[in-house]
Structure formats: structure tokens, C-alpha cells
Design a binder for this molecule. Structure first.
Ligand SMILES: [Zn+2]
Length: 347
């Protein structure tokens, strides 16, 4: 019996699409990972995500996977409305829902690449989710920092590239992202970070130039700061945090771009550290702002992330098209909390 009531729906037309164009080498995947036996075939409608390429790891029994690590077995915690499993890994706790890529790590929403499948009384997770989502959160943050540590802050948009518009104040995303970055820059400078901004005034910087600025600064970390927007009658609100999609995994958001899972970008060398950092940042933003949790997500099309040779994360600090989010973003004290949240999540 398959349950997938929590289907993955409602991918939004975030207006940061305007700041992210497709680039990248179409080099084939260099990964050669041992094939593991797949679960028994499910009916087509129970497999909502595409199957991976043949040379990538495939589905694994969660109970067998945890047993091989000497971890406590996952326990079913609910069967209605969906089959739910709880996995305790030391101090951390995961919650998985059969048929839905929406999982929770210590209560924080994480969008898996593949919806877990419930078959023959066991929950099956995709090997890429185990390797790229579950394993990294068991490990210490893998940031390699110079002395002093170097960070590039990227206030999204600028100049004629306005980003989305606040439904409350009529101000543009580009204004709020710059304000957030300047506040954050002050906090991090005071803590000993060497901070470089991709822009410090109202100019439009090409996306590839933003990557080049991070290279020139020899940055240890890259953070792109944005606010979100939803089209039409979509009234979404809350925080979203993005890092680059690992090779072989489908993206949670694609916009109008082709999502070729075989593409390898330079930033894929930092998959684990980017995701660890994204979760830390997302957790801190949730705690400091109280905005709704819309999850740590994966996107492949974001040019400012693709070419980064360092851990890189893109933050969406609320929706300017959501009246309550927009009202809060208009408040300088709230934007200070956004800056404090990010600073608190960095070492
Ligand atoms: Zn944006």
C-alpha cells in the first residue's frame, strides 16, 4: 500500500529567476558508484521522481543502511495520513514521509532529491539523499577558513535589475538585499571576517562577474542574499535556502531551465559543505525571524552558485509578495535580525 498524500506541490516562480541564467560545462558525470539492488518495482504513480542514471547510487533500505552504521533502526511513527518514519542519529532526529520529498531534520524542513518509497514494510531512501543530505548532517561543518576568514556577500540584483517588488512599500528587492548585506558586513567585520561585497551601491553586476569577484577575493564562503516573490495568486510566504543540486539529483526548482542531472559544476566539489552551511543558516534565520519554514532546497540553474569554488548558499529572506512577510521586511529592525541570524550561523 503506497501513500503519498503529501505530494510535492507548489513550486513557485520566485522572481530571482531574473538573476540566474544557465551556464556550465556539459561534462559527463565522473562518478562511478556501486549499484545497489533497487526495491521491488512500484506502480508508476507511486514513483513521482525520475530514476537516476545507471552509474549513480540507487535506492537503499533505510533499516539496512542504518544497521550497517550501527545506528538505531528507523521506527514508523505514523501510518495515517502517510507512512512516517523517525530516525534517531545520535543527537539528531529525522522524519521521513513515504511519497514526499519533504523531510524534517530536528524539525527543520529539508527537501530531499527523491521521495522516499515505502515497500514491503520498509522505507527506501535514494542513495544520493543518504550521501548528500543525511550523512553530511552527521559530520562537523567542513569549512576551510583562512586567517582571517574571507567571505563574499552578494546583494541580489541592482541597477536596472530590480528583482521583485514589495506589495507593502513598493520598494524593490535590490534595495532590501543591499541593506541586508551592509548590515551583515558590519557584523562580520566586527567579528574578524574579511568581507567583500559584490556591490555596495545600486549597480547591476553580471552574474558571472559576481563569481569572479569571489575568485579575486579568494573567498572561503559565498552568500547570495535575496527576497522572494510569487506570481499571480500564489500567496506563499516564508524562508527558503538554496544550494546547488548534486550531480544525479533532480532539482527542487527548475524554472524555465532544463535540469540535466548529469551536469557537473565547479561548486559540486563543495556539495556537503554548502548543504551543511545552508542548514545552519536556515535554522538561524528561522530562530531569529519566526518566518515560516519553506525548506532547504536544491537548484541547479543559479549561475551565482554554479561556478563557485567554495561553499556557496543563496538565501531568500521572505516573500515581498506576501503582505505579512513584506511588512516585516520593510522594518529595519527585522532586517537587522536577518543580518544577526546569518552572522550567528557562521563560525
Ligand atoms: Zn532575487
Amino acid at each position: 500500500m503506497q501513500n503519498r498524500l503529501r505530494a510535492w506541490t507548489g513550486l513557485l516562480l520566485c522572481l530571482t529567476a531574473g538573476c540566474a541564467g544557465p551556464t556550465g560545462d556539459r561534462t559527463p558525470s565522473e562518478r562511478a558508484i556501486t549499484l545497489l539492488p533497487p526495491p521491488a518495482p512500484a506502480t508508476p504513480e507511486t514513483v513521482p521522481t525520475p530514476m537516476p542514471a545507471a552509474n549513480l547510487p540507487t535506492w537503499q533500505s533505510l533499516s539496512q543502511w542504518t544497521a550497517a552504521r550501527g545506528w538505531e533502526a528507523p521506527r514508523p511513527s505514523a501510518t495515517v495520513p502517510v507512512v512516517t518514519y523517525r530516525l534517531v542519529t545520535g543527537p539528531h532526529q529525522w522524519e521521513f514521509h513515504a511519497g514526499s520529498p519533504v523531510a524534517y531534520w530536528n524539525g527543520i524542513q529539508i527537501r530531499l532529491g527523491f521521495a522516499p518509497q515505502w515497500l514491503e514494510g520498509d522505507l527506501w531512501l535514494h542513495g544520493l539523499d543518504l550521501a548528500k543530505h543525511i550523512e553530511p548532517l552527521q559530520q562537523p561543518l567542513r569549512l576551510s577558513l583562512q586567517q582571517p576568514p574571507r567571505i563574499v556577500l552578494d546583494p541580489g540584483h541592482g541597477g536596472s535589475n530590480t528583482g521583485t517588488r514589495s506589495v507593502v512599500t513598493g520598494q524593490w528587492e535590490k534595495e532590501y538585499t543591499l541593506d541586508w548585506a551592509l548590515r551583515l558586513s558590519s557584523l562580520l567585520t566586527a567579528r574578524g571576517w574579511a568581507v567583500t561585497l559584490t556591490r555596495s551601491n545600486d549597480v547591476d553586476i553580471p552574474l558571472t562577474a559576481r563569481v569572479a569577484i569571489a575568485d579575486a577575493a579568494d573567498a572561503d564562503v559565498f552568500l547570495s542574499l535575496h527576497f522572494n516573490g510569487a506570481a499571480g495568486t500564489n500567496h506563499a510566504g516564508g524562508l527558503e535556502t538554496y544550494c546547488l543540486t548534486p550531480v544525479g539529483m533532480p532539482s527542487g526548482i527548475r524554472r524555465e531551465f532544463e535540469d540535466d542531472p548529469q551536469l557537473v559544476h565547479p561548486n559540486n566539489a563543495f556539495d556537503e559543505a554548502s548543504f551543511q552551511l545552508a542548514v545552519r543558516l536556515h535554522r538561524a534565520l528561522l530562530e531569529h525571524t519566526g518566518l515560516a519554514d519553506r525548506g532547504v532546497r536544491r537548484a541547479r540553474f543559479m549561475t551565482v552558485l554554479q561556478g563557485q569554488r567554495r561553499p556557496a548558499v543563496l538565501l531568500e529572506g521572505g516573500y515581498l509578495t506576501h503582505p505579512e512577510d513584506a511588512r516585516r521586511i520593510a522594518d529595519p529592525a527585522f532586517r537587522q535580525r536577518l543580518a544577526e541570524a546569518v552572522a550567528s550561523a557562521l563560525p
